[in-house]
Write a protein of this length. Sequence first.
Length: 707
Amino acid sequence: MGLFEGVSFYIAEKTVKDAGELKNALVKGGGQREFYPSELVSHVISDSLPPPSLGLARCSTCPILHSDWVFMSCRCGVLLPTAPFSLREDKLFSGLVFCPSKLPLADTEKLACLVFYYGGRLQLRLDAAVTHLVTMDTNGAKYEAAVRHGVKVVAPDWLIDSIETGVLVEEEEYHPRLRGRGDHTHQSPQKASQCNGDVQESTDESPGHTTGGQTRTTADQTVPETATAGMVDREMRGEDGERKERMDGEEEMEVEGGVLESAPVITREDENMARSVGGGGEEGERLLAGLVFHLTGYLECMDVDTLSKWKEVIVQHGGSVVDMYDSAHCTHLLALHKKSDTFAKAYADGKCISSAHWLNDVLTDGRMFPPRCALHFPTAFKWQVPGADKYSVTLTNYSGRERELVKDMIHLTGIPYTGHLSRDTTYLICKSPSGNKYEKAVEWGVTVVNASFLADIIHNGQVPAVLFPRHTEVGQPHEFLPSHCFEASRLLRPWEEFLRLYSEAHRACLDHTTTDLVFRSLRKRVGAELGGVVKKQRVEEGAGPPVVLLTGISQSISRRLRETVQQLGGVVSDRPRDCTHLVAPRVARTVKFLSGVSVCRWVLTPDWIEQCEREGRLVSEEGFTLRDPDAEAMFMMDIPSSLQRARTSEFLQGYWLHATASVQPSPESLRDIIECAGGRLVSSSEAQGRFGRKFERMVYQRSRDVM
């Protein structure tokens, strides 16, 4: 059982200096972190009383403890009582900061215990925060500085007498000059030893030498001496100019296997960059051999030094990095998002595209594999999902690596995350239908979804307007895998050929004399053969269920067709980019039809669904392709030929378009049509930044659109 098992803690991070170390100690000991003050919190950790703006009124019944409660408990190996560390109680030494000078270490540890129990703080550095210098010597730099700056100087028995009387006695009577041997004008240490906080001292001929006895606390609650030793140990590290030696228990950290210091794991969040990249051994050193990477989008959100470390990691494992994208040499693109020209070019060239999360996981696992979860793909948005602040999410029943994955996905979307569930929560991300959060979510009507809900947001760039069974059925074994959308399948296509070539090259490297030659050959073959992937026919229909888009159908018929598709195991969606089947009675100039014809594998008549209903199963699409001779003649097009061209290449790939405000259909409606065809609809500011103040060609609807 962990030291902090059963502790649900909230850290007021703005008041805590070592929040990361503190969180790690609590979590390692079995504690459960809460990210928002609520009734679920059992302990609030803060180094000072938090301001009311933190909303700790919800935690009015739980103690607010100094962070040393955690560190000292770890040092002692037992869960210490909370009373000595509480910030809520007005204690005798509250607000006072003590600095010892020329006291033996054993006495300093006992003094720290006594001071801390009664609400004070002890530090070894004399600075402006110190209120009392505790010493028996009137010589030395600390004493002279204290006198010069008006800091009160007292002997240790001032604390004893103050504790006994319950009030702060006059400091002047306890100045070290007046506390010589046998000269105790107020109370003797022997009398003071009768108080609750028993500290026995005897003075030697030398005023700088004291011998400390035992220390006990009140209310039969013992704070072990090793706890204060831990606090003094931390204070001594680099803070006291007089003493910087390393104390027992402090270990040197070594870098093994040539792994970079601070383990530069390639993720978006600094907290995630703490995971270690395995690179030891000959196999790890050539894991990326023959691969040429280009990174795009990451310089927008992190500094050059961090990217340089990433490049060093890639080179350490046999790969190389180029600063400019070159279709002839690059084999892989690491892209943060899809909103860049480089991504569009690499996508058109049929390169292997992934996010830096994929590279991190490959290096961590020590083996090559294709992107296999939503975090391994570039996002469909640049910074966060539009309108993300309108929602709030929390999660439950995830643990370990899966919990971190879900949190990373939430962070990528930009949707606010809270550690607690409330009636205002929009979505509960749930692993299994059990637990208090799940039961309350059902009771309060909070939408319960699984991780595939977040995966689709990352892929599509917006919160789904309609939830599908793959989102709402919790407990699915493959919820982190990408959905069966067209674009994800297209991104995975080049990886099939790459993995085949990669496996061949590494099998050939069993003969070490040909290693360099094999990897040079791999680089050339990957560049040559993957370049032709985009020219091939797009990915054939996968094993997933058909995703149907209905358009141009009356509401009553549409409702019946929708129910039929769902009963037969299919999915009905209103998002063209998710769909594999477009069902319409005729060619129509609707947003759904014009978008769907670019991405759907089939354009069918409603007769296909009718036939499926009659046979009680999903039948072949052959024979149900939509034909509309009048419309095809009017628009000078042929539906089968149009579908074939759309599956071979995207019509607007690489194009940036701008629509003025009065264009019909509206720019937002045009966005789906343009993006499904591979283009990008940009705002006026983006367009001016790309093309200059004037466009080579502009279409406007009304005179007020002319600038």
